[in-house]
Design a protein around this ligand. Structure first.
Ligand code: PLP
Length: 392
């Protein structure tokens, strides 16, 4: 491909655009990770990251992708052969299930149609039937990035309580943290699994476990093999501002900047910005005459929108046209919806004009690729964005 001028549009739902301020923060000489400067930086980051998870409990930071933190959640709190209840909301829940299976757990999937979120009533029914309390954890993906579905975590908590079941609640917030409201403590979550490269606006390379007291107690008797992922070793070292091994020092400088940026804007404003961009995107999709994959409006994701193409149109060919002509990367369909959907990421460091440019690229791409659609999606999105700006 010949070089194209201007800036590439990275509109996949993660990794997201890394703001210059974070790039500048990472661009810092690597320092002694056992020295005093590191300890004061690390203590601040380890304390302040809790405000993003809305927890007062420890948040363990791993130098790993989100998948590592998925594994960490399971191996710290569970024992070989434990039953784990998971809910199929899309490809990410499927991958977490597969990981649990390979680790020697017994994951049980409540099947879903990839168009709706975790059904709390179905979870409650399974838990109520487990009178011997063999199920040790319930795992849900808050925002399934493959389908653009946001599940109601507080309803899942309620379901566990209604069933009077002691299972731990584990939640993947890799693509919702810093984009969609999430409350680790208030919602009674035991392990929250996060990642750096989506709403936190960082490059890939850090991931997180926020850990409840109940989960830490469970870890004492949990028998799965663990070493690198061990929470207690980390939490104890972290109290002194150190890590048991070399941390991702420069990414932590970036994380400092990311936390500051989220608070300067205000978390509620960050969430409202994401809601607004998601609504504008859906208005464009409707005007194009295309369908949003998520079929329940209460579960629309504010981080990304997965769009179904009309039967007979290959979503990957469409994405190729957009990349080659407009230098924009859109997310591909994963797993069961491969080739059928494309995904527009509208999370992280993002504003009205970036969204407008993104939707322009999609609309022009639909035209060039010969996908049947109506024009006017951009206008519908702009009308909404302008109206909301005036009312704000
Ligand atoms: C991106 C993502 C993952 C996987 O994270 P990696 O950093 O690629 O390992 C898991 N779950 C969700 C919801 C994600 O969006």
């Amino acid at each position: 491909m010949p070089r194209q001028g201007g800036r590439h549009f990275l509109q996949i739902p993660g990794p997201t655009n890394v703001p210059d301020r974070i790039l500048r923060a990472i661009d810092h000489p690597t320092i002694d990770h056992r020295g005093p400067d590191f300890a004061s930086m690390a203590k601040g980051v380890l304390t302040d990251i809790r405000t993003i998870f809305k927890t007062e409990q420890p948040v363990v930071i791993y130098t790993a992708s989100g998948t590592g933190a998925w594994e960490a959640a399971l191996v710290n709190a569970l024992s070989p052969g434990d039953r784990v209840l998971m809910y199929e909301t899309g490809q990410f829940s499927t991958l977490w299930r597969n990981l649990a299976d390979r680790l020697g757990l017994k994951p049980e999937f409540i099947p879903g149609d990839w168009r709706r979120g975790a059904d709390a009533q179905a979870i409650e029914a399974v838990l109520a039937a487990d009178t011997t309390h063999d199920i040790k954890a319930v795992c849900v993906v808050h925002n399934d990035t493959s389908t653009g579905i946001t599940s109601n975590v507080s309803a899942v908590r309620q379901a566990i309580d209604n069933a009077g079941h002691p299972a731990l609640l584990m939640v993947d917030v890799i693509s919702s943290l810093g984009s969609i409201d999430y409350r680790h403590d208030e919602w009674g979550v035991d392990v929250t699994v996060g990642g750096s490269q989506k709403g936190l606006m960082l490059p890939p390379g850090l991931s997180f476990n926020a850990v409840s007291v109940k989960a830490r107690i469970a870890a004492r008797s949990a028998r799965m093999t663990r070493s690198y992922w061990d929470w207690e070793e980390m939490i104890q070292a972290n109290e002194k501002g150190v890590f048991p091994y070399t941390p991702g020092t420069n990414l932590l400088f970036g994380l400092r900047a990311a936390i500051d940026m989220l608070h300067e804007e205000g978390l509620d404003n960050v969430f409202a910005r994401h809601d607004r961009h998601a609504e504008a995107t859906r208005r464009a999709v409707n005007a194009w005459g295309l369908e949003v994959l998520c079929s329940n409006p209460e579960e629309y994701s504010s981080a990304l929108t997965a769009v179904l193409l009309p039967e007979g149109n290959d979503a990957d060919s469409f994405r190729k046209v957009v990349l080659e002509n407009y230098d924009m990367s859109l997310g591909n369909g994963l797993g069961k919806v491969a080739g059928k959907v494309f995904r527009i990421g509208h999370l992280g460091d993002f504003n009205d004009l970036m969204l407008s440019g993104t939707l322009c690229g999609v609309e022009m791409g639909l035209g060039l690729a010969g996908v049947p659609h109506s024009t006017g999606g951009i206008v519908a999105a702009m009308d909404y964005l302008m109206g909301r700006r005036q009312n704000a």
